[in-house]
Design a protein around this ligand. Structure first.
Ligand SMILES: Cc1cc2nc3c(=O)[nH]c(=O)nc-3n(C[C@H](O)[C@H](O)[C@H](O)COP(=O)(O)OP(=O)(O)OC[C@H]3O[C@@H](n4cnc5c(N)ncnc54)[C@H](O)[C@@H]3O)c2cc1C
Length: 339
């Protein structure tokens, strides 16, 4: 097997986050001689975290400029690490930082990159990458001759690596120098969409999807948006579920209407939204049309609550469809959960 470089950047606390540990598992699956390349203000905690992983070398680019996500410094650090390691295969987590910087690094090195990989494995002794095409409708297995071959691995596809037993060790880290590049970008802060609380939880066991029905007139002829908010937020807090939305619902919120104020376009699931990975999903007040349901591809068990027995979910798209009023059901569920 060819040599492998695992590229990882540290988090503000100096440690490695789950996507980096998942990549480490993937790199070990391939089985070639492994080098770990770390980037961050300080990397001691990260190196100790994975000291026992069996890597032959630990390389690091450190210093304050590498604490912030920024194309010029991230690409410079990754390029220096790739050159120092001389590895044929470079595996990195598909974080926004690496997704932005690594394609440029592949170009600088004369290599190739594949993004959104969902698996890496050995096929006839050579590495092969699995990824989806055409909005998750077709899956392909790719191999390449060009080296270095950089692979950005999507989160949630491998179990995160953990120390088999005993306390964390220490690793001898070799510093790698980066030739100073002029940068005009200073990170002054982070601007995120306005939400009252964090509702997207990629690691949650359950995806709770709200559709536009929550904001429509109900059997009494009135709209009950305020109660919908209370029921949905109550459930999310009690179940620690992640919140998804249909396009119709997030578009309504985008128009500034007084409905589900915590819902943004980031919550949208579907063809023009996201394709989250959760063991279970519960759809409520959402019709289950194909452009929405295509985003449920990686949800293993699907249930839906809809007043309409002929809704899209009834046509083979859900494992269980409860033909019921979602307001009533969620009131009852929240009572059971003590929410
Ligand atoms: C190119 C293209 C891309 C698209 N991409 C996406 C996408 O990424 N994601 C997406 O979601 N959509 C997408 N759409 C839109 C999609 O086709 C649907 O229009 C949309 O998903 C409908 O949203 P909805 O089911 O929430 O709303 P509606 O179709 O209005 O359905 C509301 C549902 O709520 C039910 N309901 C109402 N009250 C209750 C109650 N008290 N209890 C239970 N049920 C109740 C009704 O029976 C109804 O089925 C796309 C469309 C196109 C053309």
């Amino acid at each position: 097997m060819e040599t492998i470089l695992l590229l990882a950047h540290t988090e503000p606390d100096g440690a490695l986050a789950k996507p980096a540990l998942e990549c480490l598992t993937a790199a070990l699956v391939l089985g070639g001689p492994l080098t770990v390349g770390l980037v961050g203000a300080r990397v001691e905690a990260a190196a100790s975290q994975i000291a026992g992983c069996g890597a032959a070398r630990f390389l690091a680019v450190t210093g304050e400029p590498f604490a912030q996500p920024r194309y010029s410094t991230d690409a410079g650090a990754a390029e220096a690490l790739c050159r120092a390691a001389g590895a044929a295969i470079v595996i990195a987590p598909s974080t926004s930082r690496w997704a932005r910087a690594l394609p440029g690094v592949a170009y600088r090195l004369g290599g190739r990159i594949d993004t959104h990989a969902t698996s890496v494995a050995l096929e006839n002794g050579a590495p092969a990458v699995t990824r989806w095409f055409y909005r998750q409708r077709m899956e392909a297995v790719l191999s390449r001759r060009e080296r270095p071959w950089m692979i950005l691995l999507d989160s949630g596809c491998f179990a995160p690596w953990s120390e088999p037993s005993g306390p964390a060790g220490t690793a001898a880290v070799e510093p790698v120098a980066v030739s100073a590049r002029e940068t005009r970008t200073t990170v002054t802060g982070v601007r995120a969409p306005k939400t009252d609380e964090q509702t997207i939880r990629p690691d949650a066991n359950l995806l709770f999807v709200a559709g536009a029905g929550w904001t429509k007139k109900q059997s009494d002829g009135a709209v009950h948006a305020a109660e919908a908010e209370t029921l949905i937020l109550g459930f999310l807090r009690a179940a620690q579920a992640s919140l998804g939305g249909s396009k119709s619902l997030v578009d309504l919120s985008g128009e500034g209407e007084a409905v589900l104020r915590f819902m943004t376009h980031l919550n949208q699931v579907g063809q023009t939204g996201s394709t989250p990975r959760h063991p279970k999903g519960l759809s409520t007040c959402c019709h289950g049309e194909e452009p929405h349901v295509v985003g449920w591809r990686f949800v293993n068990q699907r249930r839906a609550i809809n007043l309409d027995p002929n809704c899209g979910w009834a046509r083979g798209k859900a494992d269980v469809l409860y033909v019921a009023d979602a307001f009533e059901v969620m009131r009852h569920v929240n009572r059971l959960l003590g929410a």
